[in-house]
Ligand binder design. Sequence first.
Ligand SMILES: C[S@@+](CC[C@H](N)C(=O)[O-])C[C@H]1O[C@@H](n2cnc3c(N)ncnc32)[C@H](O)[C@@H]1O
Length: 245
Amino acid sequence: MSSLSDSDDVEYNGSETLDPFQKVNVVEENTRREPISIELTYPLGADPTTGNITVRLQTDPSPGCGGIAWPAGEVLAKYLAGKGPDNLNGKAIVELGSGTGLVGLVAALLGARVYITDQLPLLPAMEKNTDLNGLQNRVNVVEYNWGGDIPDGLPDRIDYVLAADCVYFEPAFPLLVKTLCDLNGRGQPEFFFCYKKRRKADKRFFAQLKKYFTWQQVGDDPDFQVYSRDSISLFRLVFKGKGGV
Ligand SMILES: C[S@@+](CC[C@H](N)C(=O)[O-])C[C@H]1O[C@@H](n2cnc3c(N)ncnc32)[C@H](O)[C@@H]1O
């Protein structure tokens, strides 16, 4: 079980809005406030001769903090690309709090059937980014508010649930935990949960999560040393057993 150090805690400031200027040093382009188009390129698989994949995004902070790509999202996207297409090809994947759709779109480029989900204001941006990458046949954009019923249209059996940078607003913590538990009921998927530690309150999310899940740091990511310096962790969550929220 990974432990969360308190040494660099920042107090929760009571705001739902993350400041995009704070330590966003993975996707530097996103420090701008106006809509921009970006291309992110990741090595495909561990073999350098295999090439890269490129995802195109339009980012726009106006619909909310999810309108830009966040560092934990880029870590998870790069990890998935680095594992190569063999892992994800044909799999059913649900991403929570997708924002721009970065992580889910990379999974779709790797051959997965993907459901990128978020709250209503983000959906037009996610549709746009799906189109930009020509992934309409493989990506579904779905409204999913954490804590609510699993929306119609998500598959009965899910292979992977992905979430990046979704721990930042304390009132949403129990809602996100409930949603993770609910999705476990859809065929016990694997959960990849990429987290950037920002605030002391984050540990209350993990206190709630541990009633239902254990977690371990993903052990096969060659970038681990790099992103851990930015207080980013990539966890694999494992459901503890029966029960629910
Ligand atoms: C910090 S952004 C991360 C976006 C993206 N995963 C990334 O890494 O770039 C958090 C995302 O969670 C979504 N979110 C926050 N609260 C939510 C809720 N209650 N239900 C569904 N999505 C939520 C936000 O709309 C936003 O897109």
